[in-house]
Design a binder for this molecule. Structure first.
Ligand code: PSU
Ligand code: MN
Length: 299
């Protein structure tokens, strides 16, 4: 049985009247972006979803309670509080018992969205298989294999092993749909050289693919990969040096477990300065737009 969910009034009204709702994650706010850009971005994503005719549901855990839609104050609190637990599948019961605050990852947000009946979710980059650490596989991947939520992302950051991540998704039967692209995008860059089997050119086409999968009784999610807008894209070469540096630092400092991804994200942001942050914001905004259109088509 799902835990009790606390809906914001905006989200509960939207769900009751069948309006399109887009889930948004909170790990990117609490662990993925520096302050104060994290709060600015969280607010911006919510307003974009509204401008696009859907209702945003930022998902997080406050005092052990699963919140579907945050108030302005809750969002601010989450963005500015230290020690918020990063919550994937394994962590839900722990934070519930301890009544602590938690920020949901892509995996955690998918689970809560599915409990709430939300079908579409916008994020920046999902987790994946880590470079040189084939056993370090993000909990986001098995979640995509089992939980029926469509996730819009800009691919994965090259801190990860992109080919291995795509192989994992193929094995697990997760459709990866390129949104107006034939290639898996690489977060900061529009291309990766990795071809996708499926491409959709409109939100309607994406929605049809999602709907058809679920009507067939095929369990699990769908990954929609929308490349970063051209104007905001960074050359792969510029980012690669920063990533190498970040990976070396993580290795040297012996960073392990759930700390690895936040560590790498912070290091890359530090080394590339404002440029990577700007790109990050642009692609998140774009994904909020694409997800809203898909949610409208599905509604
Ligand atoms: N990649 C990013 N930014 C992020 C994350 C990944 O570019 O903020 C976050 C997401 O919340 C994702 C999580 O679900 O990191 C994956 O963490 P891990 O690799 O520990 O599963
Ligand atoms: Mn990991």
């Amino acid at each position: 049985m799902p835990p009790p969910l606390r809906f914001s009034s905006e989200v509960s009204q939207a769900l009751n009247s069948g309006l399109p709702v887009v889930a948004l994650e909170s790990t990117v706010i609490a662990h993925g972006l520096p302050r104060p850009q994290n709060l600015e971005l969280a607010r911006r994503m919510e307003s974009i979803v509204r401008e696009c005719g859907a209702v945003p549901a930022t998902i997080a855990i406050l005092g052990g309670e699963v919140k579907i839609g945050l108030t302005a104050d809750e969002l601010k609190y989450l963005a500015n509080t230290d020690g918020v637990v990063k919550v994937s599948r394994r962590d839900f019961s722990i934070v519930a018992v301890r009544k602590t605050d938690g920020a949901t990852t892509v995996a955690g947000t998918m689970i809560a969205a599915a409990w709430a009946g939300i079908k579409v979710f916008a994020t920046g980059g999902i987790g994946g298989v880590h470079r040189g650490h084939g056993a370090d596989v993000s909990a986001d991947l098995p979640e995509l294999a089992r939980t029926p939520v469509a996730v819009v992302c800009a691919g994965v950051k090259a801190i990860l092993d992109l080919p291995a991540t795509l192989e994992w998704l193929e094995t697990a039967g997760v459709p990866v749909i390129g949104f107006q692209t034939d290639e898996f995008p690489a977060f900061y860059s529009r291309t990766s050289g990795l071809k996708l089997e499926a491409r959709a050119d409109s939100a309607g086409e994406v929605a049809a693919m999602i709907k058809t999968k679920w009507e067939m009784g095929l369990e699990g999610g769908v990954l929609i990969a929308a490349p970063i807008p051209e104007a905001a894209a960074l050359p792969a070469s510029e980012i690669e040096a920063a990533i190498e540096q970040a990976l070396a630092a993580a290795e040297a400092q012996g960073v392990k477990g759930k700390a690895v991804t936040p560590f790498l994200l912070a290091k890359v942001a530090e080394v590339t300065g404002g440029r990577s942050l700007q790109a990050n914001v642009a692609l998140l905004e774009n994904n909020a737009r694409v997800a809203s259109e898909v949610a409208r088509e599905l509604a």
